[in-house]
Design a binder for this molecule. Structure first.
Ligand code: SAH
Length: 218
């Protein structure tokens, strides 16, 4: 059981054990999670719950993803040290940080200015220098930087993410929640290197929707 007087590092270590028991077994992914202080990414009101395996509210009505889902999606991406990754939906920047520890470069797009600048401040605090941010609508990807080795979408795409798949390298991997309802299907698209793509359904997930355009409010 979690003890209130445990240190953050002890609580994080226990979270990592839980994720491993649930199927996040890739050591590099677990190391990235264990070396990332999730409490830096959660609002004051929920800071005490930073080491629980649950999604939590952040500013702008969005959420920081559940650690198990972050682990599962990161593992599904099969990152290589040389990978250039596109992430859609920076949010708190937590998932971005995990990606940045496992890949060469991470390009991340967010449609709320407030979330983008708060995430940028966290990346500076953590000394992460391989993250390139952009305020904009990620639904169209990032044409100038395409193609990517890997793409991760952390908001639910209503339909198959065809515009993003077009920005994936022939042997690339894209992971995205797909669906219009409150529960979506987490899908992995793997290129065969010759123009073909296989699709797998990994599990059911609950993500906030991928919305069109940038947010007008801050
Ligand atoms: N990976 C994030 C989860 C953020 S929730 C984390 O670990 O904290 C999903 C994010 O996607 C939200 O911040 C939302 O504003 C953003 N989003 C939704 N539609 C988008 C779009 N079209 N372009 C860019 N970001 C988008």
């Amino acid at each position: 059981m979690a003890q209130d007087d445990d240190t953050p590092q002890e609580r994080l270590a226990r979270l990592v054990l839980l994720l491993r028991s649930q199927g996040v077994t890739e050591p590099a992914v677990l190391n990235a999670i264990e070396s990332t202080p999730r409490d830096l990414f959660t609002p004051d009101l929920f800071r005490e719950r930073s080491w629980e395996d649950s999604a939590l509210p952040i500013a702008c009505g969005q959420t920081i993803s559940q650690p198990f889902i972050v682990g599962l999606m990161t593992q599904a991406l099969n990152l290589k040290p040389r990978s250039r990754v596109l992430e859609i939906g920076t949010g708190s920047g937590y998932q971005t940080t995990i990606l940045s520890k496992l890949a060469r470069l991470v390009y991340t797009v967010e449609r709320y200015r407030t979330l983008m600048s708060e995430a940028e401040a966290r990346f500076r605090t953590l000394g992460l220098t391989n993250i390139i941010t952009r305020f904009g609508d990620g639904g169209e990807g990032w044409r100038e930087q395409a193609p990517f080795d890997r793409i991760m979408v952390t908001a639910a795409a209503p339909d198959e993410p065809t515009a993003l798949l077009a920005q994936l390298k022939p042997s690339g991997i894209l992971v995205a929640p797909v669906g219009r309802g409150p529960v979506q299907s987490l899908k992995r698209y793997t290129g065969d290197g010759a123009g073909g793509i296989t699709v797998e359904e990994l599990t059911e997930v609950r993500f906030v929707p991928l919305l069109d355009g940038v947010a007008k409010e801050l």
